[in-house]
Design a protein around this ligand. Sequence first.
Ligand SMILES: *Cc1c(COP(=O)(O)O)cnc(C)c1O
Length: 339
Amino acid sequence: MTIMESETVHRSAYTSILPVTLADIEGASARINGHIARTPFVRSSSLSDHTGHSVHLKLETHQPIGAFKLRGAMNAILSLDDAQRRRGLVTASTGNHGRAVAYAARELGVPAIVCMSSLVPANKVNAIRALDAEVRIVGVSQDDAQEEVERLVEARGLTAIPPFDNVDVVAGQGTIGLEILKDIPDLATVLVPLSGGGLAGGISVAVKALRPQARLVGISMERGAAMHASIAAGRPVAVREEETLADSLGGGVGLSNRVTFALCSTLLDDVILLSESEIAEGIRHAWREEGETVEGAGAVGIAAILARKIELCGPTAVIVSGGNIDPKLHRRITEGADA
Ligand SMILES: *Cc1c(COP(=O)(O)O)cnc(C)c1O
């Protein structure tokens, strides 16, 4: 079913048969409360003036690891039983998900291994090591690292925490939806960065359950938008990976996706794609007008508004998903360099 066709069907009919429910998200909220930051949700006067509607920024840049991924990782780890916690965790992510797993594991006293290939840059390796996770260097590709994850699950009974396609992870990310609706009950539009769809899927379940008339819009980069291509194809498909300023939005949705494809293809009202220079403008605006250091993936909601790729129709929430950008790249962009 396409997004357009789903418009004609009452949303709540869907939310009852989807793999993640409002109850899952409310449970996650109670579980992770006190373990994660309730992040600021601030009015942007520049974007509100620009659009004529009240625009608020949900600043997940203010989570301890600088990105929302802590919510899902924390919920997934808190949902494990004692034996699983004793055996420990494993992941192959070197980005924000890897940091989230390492941070949450340390907070909860659970051992964690992050597998990565020998090609991962030193700053990423060090960021994970600084959070006390064991780093295991294997092979020369992300696939090699993922194979080692599967081997450790098999051989030592470790628990793999996936970056998005997992009910507990999605429910954790969905807690953002509860927070923004508590602050602005009459939300009309939510702009969400979109990659594997854990963030957009979780927020959509919460918002559509509590405020069905709100519009959920996913935003990706033109260069390698896997969920956009999958929704268009009606099934998970692979896309070519390309370099992009929104590096945290790279990667596929998984050809045997079980959770997030169903959520995103059912609940998202629209998906917008952005050029690299539009994303750069979002990073620049976040720095100059909002005083926030935001990575490319985190700036796409702001960028979509500035590029006039979305027409707002009332109170709007922009999810600013993360701030982990190489400082040199950030300086180049904010000083005016194009993508
Ligand atoms: C992971 C990530 C996203 C995308 O989240 P998905 O659940 O994979 O769609 C967006 N922004 C940042 C900063 C991220 O780290």
